[in-house]
Design a protein around this ligand. Structure first.
Ligand SMILES: O=P(O)(O)O[C@@H]1C[C@H](O)[C@@H](CO)O1
Length: 324
């Protein structure tokens, strides 16, 4: 009020100059204010249209509508050799699809049929420890969804935390501890697209109970009962393997085996309504032993167990496909 009175008494030129000064002061203040850096949330890194474009490219290339998706661990990539009439689609050919920079990772999809069912398998996956965002690690799951997949099987190599486990054991996953999520990191963070799922997701039955039971029955019927386990899995973020002290903590938390992938993929798959079956092959049992986890051993025994894993996948797909 006071100001209005004093300004009213000034000439129009004085008022204009005062307004100019005020504007300059406001601009200077805005410039000096620290910028708020808005990071793109995970959920927006690949929008629905991006994922649709990837799925369309795959469907156009292979001319098959896959019902089953399989994510092959690096140590279980031989699984794709079971696929009949395979069409190979390198990740780099799919628009915006992430490509692993790690030597020895296969970086391709193989689409075809297995036991009479249509399948899409990832030979090699994208890991967070390679420097990727979790949304990049999991976008293949959304792509599978838009390709028409209903069931997805996740596999991984793992280190044993449970002292009762041995190298070569196959652990069917009944639950996980989401260490990334507990630290506030998830591919679902950010605005959700309801075509993939809601804002939050219940993890009840994420590891589909029916598939878990069928997997166990099939494993036993194939004669693998001695090496079959069901347990709790956790994914570590870093490429460094767990130390002995970390193994002890993980054991106290109730973890049976650890790897460097899978958990976030399962979350995204369950969120978008896919039925999930997951298992890991124990490649190292280092509990308290002087063992180097980076060395996968012993080779020939693991090859036998890789065959067992492939058989398990093939039989479960056959049973679901034929409603057995
Ligand atoms: O595809 P996965 O996750 O099984 O790949 C392997 C196992 C570890 O996660 C990582 C290091 O060996 O690669």
């Amino acid at each position: 009020m006071k100001c209005q009175q004093c300004c009213a008494s000034k000439s129009p030129l004085a008022r204009r100059l005062q307004l100019k000064k005020q504007k300059e002061a406001e601009e200077a203040e805005a410039k000096a204010r620290p910028k708020q850096i808005v990071v793109t949330p995970q959920s927006l890194l690949y929008n629905y249209d991006d994922v649709s474009a990837m799925a369309e490219y795959i469907l156009r290339t292979c001319r098959i509508r896959p019902k089953f998706g399989v994510v092959c661990s690096t140590v279980l990539s031989s699984m794709v050799n079971m696929i009949e009439n395979p069409v190979d689609i390198p990740f780099r050919d799919i628009p915006q699809f992430p490509v692993s920079p790690v030597d020895g990772h296969d970086n391709k999809l193989v689409v075809g049929t297995l036991m009479g069912a249509t399948v899409i398998a990832m030979q090699g996956r994208i890991h967070a420890y390679e420097g990727f965002e979790l949304a990049s690690c999991t976008v293949p799951v959304h792509v599978m969804k838009l390709c028409g997949v209903k069931y997805v099987f996740f596999t991984s190599a793992a280190g044993a935390v449970n002292p009762g486990y041995a190298v070569g054991d196959i652990m069917l996953i009944k639950d996980h501890i989401n260490l990334f999520g507990m630290m506030g990191s998830s591919p679902l963070i950010g605005r959700h697209d309801s075509r993939f799922g809601g804002p939050c997701v219940s993890m009840v039955n994420a590891y589909d109970n029916y598939l878990l039971e069928r997997g166990m029955e099939i494993g036993k019927s194939l004669g693998y009962q001695e090496c079959l386990r069901t347990g709790v899995f956790a994914c570590l973020g870093s490429p460094s393997y767990e130390t002995e002290a970390e193994q002890k903590i993980l054991s106290l938390l109730g973890v049976d085996a650890v790897g460097m992938s899978l958990v976030h993929e399962v979350i995204v798959a369950h969120h978008c309504g896919l039925r999930v079956f997951s298992f890991v092959l124990i490649t190292v049992s280092g509990f308290g032993e002087d063992e180097d986890p980076a060395v996968v051993n012993p080779e020939s025994f693991l090859r036998q167990q890789q065959y067992a894993c492939n058989e398990l996948i093939a039989r479960l797909i056959y049973d679901i496909q034929n409603d057995l």
